[in-house]
Ligand binder design. Sequence first.
Ligand SMILES: [Zn+2]
Length: 145
Amino acid sequence: MSESAETTITDTPREETPNPVTEQTQAQTYSLDENGHNAQLIQCNCCPSKMLKPGTVSLVEKEITLHMSRQRKDTDSSETEVLRHFWFVKDMFTFENIGFTRNVDTSYKYLTCADCEQDVVGIQFLEGPDTDGMYLAASRVRYVD
Ligand SMILES: [Zn+2]
């Protein structure tokens, strides 16, 4: 009896929910003082070496690719990752302590702890538009009140 073989063609294309680039949102938030500077003392992740006093540097959002943290033993040290939060340090004398890696590349130097040199903690560009300061990776240092 069903003469109306009504085929329900749902030919509306399945709505693709745009894939939000789930970049690892930094779960950690960084405390800033009233001037937008670091509210806490910044130290090396691996040793007690002080890097920056409170109130000296600004947090910037910028995509910079660094080699993987050497703290992560499961990763090959030749791998890189994109980081997005950096403390911008205009003058190297702002640092209490900081070390630089030997130039592997003439276009940048890596920042490392002056005392233990355990990790890549930031970058200084030697050419290009970002040579006016150094970028210390906010996720690779420790904060002390
Ligand atoms: Zn250290």
